[in-house]
Design a protein around this ligand. Structure first.
Ligand code: SF4
Length: 155
């Protein structure tokens, strides 16, 4: 059912890493969306939120095995295990933020360079940040950063 909600359409079984990532990505999106709904200046409705979560063309939870081994893979955090040290937000507060429970989430995966995701993963004492794979492969030293980030996607 989770795969259906996430819009996964591959014919081969998704691996454990993708399953975990899909769950976390859905949780992050729900949290971010609910926070947005609580914003008095927001004009977002519950219906809008449901549409964004299930139908966004840039929906990073639409993961296939090809995404995992090749192109873009959105970053994710095991939010429930966050110790609220704040180091990731010190690294880049445009990418990372706290949710209403003071647990870190990915606020905007495109809020900074891929290297900031990798550096945050390296710095996170709880080892719960997974940088994914970069959308923009033209960033400086991108192969080095992909290589450094690899092990954090397998945790
Ligand atoms: S660095 Fe890790 S433990 Fe610290 S706030 Fe960020 S996600 Fe949580």
């Amino acid at each position: 059912m989770l795969k259906g909600i996430a819009g996964v359409t591959e014919t081969t079984p998704i691996n454990e890493m993708n399953e975990k990532k899909i769950r976390q990505e859905m949780a992050n999106k729900l949290t971010a969306g609910l926070l947005h709904l609580l914003d008095e200046d927001s004009h977002t409705t519950v219906s809008d939120l449901a549409t964004q979560i299930t139908e966004s063309p840039d929906d990073s939870s639409n993961i296939t095995n090809q995404d995992a081994v090749g192109e873009y893979l959105a970053p994710w955090i095991d939010t429930e295990d966050c110790t609220a040290c704040g180091d990731c937000m010190k690294m880049n507060s445009d990418i990372f933020a706290y949710n209403e429970n003071k647990k870190a989430i990915i606020k905007n995966p495109d809020g900074g360079p891929y290297r900031d995701l990798v550096k945050a993963a390296e710095k996170c004492t709880a080892q719960i940040i997974h940088p994914g794979l970069p959308r923009n492969r033209s960033e400086k030293d991108i192969d080095k950063w992909i290589s450094r980030g690899e092990k954090y996607n397998e945790m």
